[in-house]
Design a protein around this ligand. Structure first.
Ligand code: XMP
Length: 537
């Protein structure tokens, strides 16, 4: 598998390649808001897949030896100038294809059919009738004739390409689904990946198992086996690895995996960057000591981080400085206790997708630079090992469980690498950090005490760089604003604000204004993701 860029083009990213021995499907992203959901659904069905931008070089996609290709939806019209087109390699490779919405229209357009704007834009729930004959059901194998589906399209297929036949109809379209069953090419106008298509998962399974003939080989155990082999191969018989351990799920699972592969040639380092929550440095060391059979190096670099962040307002610049300072701290350790050729990190697939730059893709937009993906200095000399680079969070948790890590590690709430710096808007100062830490401890304590912790993906306080007028004990105050953020989510790619009971919100608000000097106003963030992100920076 071709692995993509590190910040330094000479720095090879070393990651397991689960695809080398597991059946793999490629999802080509044409810009749909649902592309990542397709990726998740395929993985949930037990098949390894990777989402690649639609203009990915053919060699990179083919290096995965895909057993099938899924073409996502997208916001364009296939007949408009400049709209992304079907890459030639998809047809030339002869692999089974499933085109979803725009993906179906692309197939039709590329293979000689006709696509045009529809008189009736279909958006929302619809019913389709499957017309494929028994024995040739393909993607509808095992499904009933009448199906509730979710549509979202303005164009429609007016004429099917040669060799294609309609296999499902809807009230508005004689071509709700089409197939060239002999060549294993399918198109569907609706979205099987969304929850509003209740049997969508079964349709994707039928494509994976009946049409692509994939095995359900994407399991935590298989991932671990192939990851161990590859870590050993990449690190070699004598290589040594430094692993940045934050105490979070990702770096803990990465460390456990690498430790299993190479034993004490792994050195985990916990860096106190001064951007941690109340009590965190102590908790991480205590939990690590109880659960890992290896020593943890503790590096207090809080002064160095604060110096680097002094006067920096821009969120992207903050992230880059933090990423760079982490590497400098690791380099300093390596200089003293090295040599270490490799640096391991718990980077996840969503970090990789969200840090994708326009250089990688015309369709993926950069949201924010996750410090451990795009924020690394150009002159870094370590080779990176990122064994979780292709996993979603829930998959990392499953791998952690399979490795025997306890719930107190595997179920931990995510905490960003740049820590409180992305929750303290504007320039970071020691004083504001102390204020935020106290407010955050109250938020965490009240939510846990109310028994809500397990149901909420992340909950924390944010300190805003604005002041508002208030009154306390008959006196005017002019204090800071604290926002409370609490979201539910499955994988951090999308999120909703948590419906916390008013009395819990009230208690948090009361306690913060009373106990945290300098804060005189509390707001609750009721933005979902999208359009917001979970963190404020
Ligand atoms: P956003 O704010 O992008 O966050 O919706 C998605 C998830 O990622 C976490 N996050 C980070 N984790 N380094 C990390 O290790 C980062 O730079 C970073 N930024 C955000 C965030 O807490 C949420 O779980």
């Amino acid at each position: 598998m071709a692995l993509d860029q590190a910040a330094n083009p000479d720095t090879a990213i070393v990651a397991p390649e689960p695809a080398t021995d597991l059946d793999t499907v490629v999802i080509l992203d044409f810009g749909s808001q649902y592309s990542q959901l397709i990726t998740r659904r395929v993985r949930e069905a037990g098949v390894y897949c990777e989402m690649l931008p639609c203009d990915v070089p053919a060699e990179r996609a083919l290096a995965l030896r895909p057993r099938g290709v899924i073409l996502s939806g997208g916001p364009n019209s296939v007949y408009e100038p400049g709209a992304p087109q079907l890459p030639a390699w998809v047809i030339e490779s002869g692999v089974p294809i499933l085109g979803i919405c725009y993906g179906m229209q692309l197939l039709a357009h590329a293979l000689g059919g006709r696509v045009a704007a529809s008189q009736h834009r279909e958006y929302g729930p619809a019913q389709i009738t499957v017309t494929a004959p028994e024995g040739e059901r393909g993607i509808f194998t095992g499904l009933p004739d009448a199906l509730d589906v979710w549509m979202s399209h303005g164009d429609r297929i007016e004429a099917l390409p040669p060799d294609f036949a309609p296999i499902a109809v809807s009230a508005n379209s004689p071509h709700a689904a089409m197939a060239d069953a002999g060549r294993h090419r399918y198109g569907i106008q609706f979205h099987p990946e969304v929850a509003h298509t209740p049997r969508g998962k079964d349709l994707l399974r039928a494509f994976l198992y009946e049409v692509c003939d994939c095995a359900a080989s994407w399991t935590p155990r298989n991932f671990i086996e192939s990851a161990l082999d590859q870590i050993r191969e990449q690190v070699g018989a004598t290589g040594r690895v430094l692993c940045g351990l934050s105490g979070g799920v990702d770096s803990s699972v990465a460390a456990a995996l690498i430790h299993r592969a190479i034993g004490d040639r792994l050195t985990p380092v916990f860096v106190n960057n001064g951007l941690l929550r109340e009590g965190e440095a102590e908790t991480v060391q205590e939990v690590f000591g109880r659960n890992f059979g290896m020593p943890l190096v503790y590096a207090d670099a809080s002064g160095q981080f604060l110096e680097e962040l002094a006067g920096i307002f821009d969120p992207e610049q903050k992230r880059r400085r933090i990423g760079e300072t982490f590497v400098r701290v690791f380099e300093a350790h390596a200089a003293g206790a090295g040599p270490f050729e490799f640096l391991a990190q718990g980077t996840l697939y969503p970090d990789v997708i969200e840090s994708a730059t326009p250089k990688d893709s015309r369709v993926a937009h950069k949201i924010k630079t996750h410090h451990n993906v795009g924020g690394l200095p150009e002159d870094m000399t370590f080779k990176l090992i990122e064994p979780l680079r292709f996993l979603f969070k829930d998959e990392v948790r499953a791998v952690g469980r399979e490795l025997g890590l306890p719930a107190e590690i595997v179920e931990r709430q995510p905490f960003p690498g740049p820590g409180l710096a992305v929750r303290l808007l504007g320039a970071v100062t020691a004083e504001d950090l102390a204020t935020l830490r106290r407010a955050d401890a109250i938020v965490r304590h009240e939510i846990e005490s109310a028994g809500l912790g397990g149901a909420i993906w992340q909950f924390f306080a944010v300190l805003l760089p604005v002041r508002t007028v208030g009154v306390m004990g008959d006196l005017r105050t002019y204090g800071q604003v604290c926002a409370i953020r609490a979201v539910t989510s499955e994988d951090a790619m999308t999120a909703d604000w948590a419906r916390i009971p008013y009395d819990v919100l009230g208690r948090m608000s009361n306690r913060i204004v009373n106990e945290v000097e300098g804060i005189n106003r509390i707001v609750y963030d009721i933005t979902s993701k999208p359009p917001g992100t979970i963190e404020w920076e």
